[in-house]
Design a protein around this ligand. Structure first.
Ligand code: NAG
Ligand code: NAG
Length: 365
């Protein structure tokens, strides 16, 4: 592991900038503020939807390791690719990035890291989840999950990220273009993923239990002080007034000096921070990071390359699912007749494995 340097952001200088006269638009430019990207839409009426027990009720806080990260579980990464919400032009879609990155990570975890990563289309959320989740002018992580619990989210090869609010016609969900001078067409049937349960989690230990048991979470944060971040552990004790950005917590650690921190993914490209990621002091709700995190449990997803044999256990750690979830999962698999079902390996066959990590989950009990 690389040497961990502790960096304290220059609070005095930043405070001066923040205190600059509001009328001076140039000052705002210097601070590189962006408009708030957290906007709760009136159509987002269900912020929690679950029946399974929450991880903090079955993962004992004193049983959590002092460091754990989905970026490195026994030498393997269970996180999906880094993203950049700011190109090809500025778009305030952090909420969709944080939410779908975490969901894609959780699908990867449930697949035991097998196969090519499943990358979900953020652009389709911008096109279609305009009533419930958000737009380039802001949105919410739980709104994204509410949408994904009611609508299949296509993979990103259906619709690349364009950083703009387009329309949700059939082409706005999944499209292809066959030739020059020919209109692009909608694709009616496409690989996709859904959410079965989602909700929010607040506070250091509850967030740790959720991340440990089920995977990364999307969290609100006050980000204006993050623009100047270039690496190290953010330590800004004074609490900001409100959040304006969404990032994803994938793990945590502790320095030799005993400084506890979160390991967090941003969506500002890899030229920002520590390769697109940052660390921030854990336990004090710094920048309000521990005040409102959204989690989602993958429902089903299209398995592109079903394997001839049921996947073996990835075994990153125990407690991934609560006992009740495992039981429910096995019941669902049985009711879908997926247990021991022969896999069709015909070319182009998209086989839905759904929550097909049965073997793995059993092995982890
Ligand atoms: C998802 O993105 C990653 C990173 O670009 C890539 O390696 C992977 O192949 C993609 N998945 C698919 C199914 O194309
Ligand atoms: C979503 O994927 C499943 C298979 O994983 C498929 O049965 C379903 O038709 C897909 N939905 C759409 C709208 O293509």
């Amino acid at each position: 592991m690389a040497t961990r340097k502790i960096m304290v952001l220059c609070t005095a200088a930043a405070t001066t900038l923040v205190a600059a006269p509001a009328a001076a638009t140039a000052a705002a430019g210097e601070l590189r503020r962006h408009p708030t990207e957290i906007v709760h839409l009136p159509g987002h009426t269900v912020t929690e939807k679950y029946t399974s027990p929450l991880p903090h009720t079955y993962v004992p806080a004193d049983g959590l390791p002092s460091s754990f990260s989905w970026t490195d579980v026994g030498g393997r990464s269970f996180v999906t690719k880094n993203l950049n919400q700011h190109i090809p032009q500025y778009c305030g879609s952090c909420w969709a990035h944080g939410a779908l990155s975490s969901l894609a990570d959780r699908i990867k975890i449930m697949r035991g890291g097998h196969g090519m990563d499943i990358n979900l289309s953020i652009q389709v959320i911008l096109n279609c989840a305009t009533e419930v989740a958000g737009s380039c002018h802001g949105g919410t992580h739980t709104g994204t999950y509410e949408y994904a619990s009611n609508n299949p989210v296509p993979f990103d090869t259906c619709q690349n990220y364009q950083a703009e609010d387009n329309t949700c016609d059939a082409i706005g969900k999944c499209k292809t273009c066959w030739s020059f001078n020919e209109e692009c067409e909608a694709v009616q049937s496409y690989p996709n993923a859904t959410v079965s349960e989602y909700g929010t989690v607040v506070g250091e230990e509850n967030i740790m239990a959720e991340v440990f048991a089920r995977g990364p979470v999307a969290c609100d944060i006050a980000a204006s002080r993050l623009h100047e971040y270039t690496g190290g552990i953010v330590d800004i004790p004074e609490l900001p007034a409100e959040t304006d950005h969404v990032v994803a917590i994938a793990g945590w650690g502790e320095t030799e000096e005993g400084l506890k921190f979160w390991i967090v993914r941003n969506s500002w490209g890899e030229y920002w921070g520590e390769g697109g990621w940052f660390r921030i002091k854990r336990g004090d709700n710094q920048l309000l990071l521990e005040s409102n995190c959204g989690w989602a449990v993958p429902g089903s997803w299209t398995e592109l390359h079903p394997r001839p044999h049921p996947p073996g256990p990835p075994g990153p750690h125990p407690h991934r699912n609560g006992p009740q979830q495992q039981q429910q999962q096995q019941e669902r698999l049985r009711s879908h007749g997926e247990e021991g079902a022969p896999m069709n390996l015909g070319a182009g066959t998209l086989q839905r494995l759904g929550r097909a990590r049965r073997g793995a989950d059993e092995a982890e009990v």
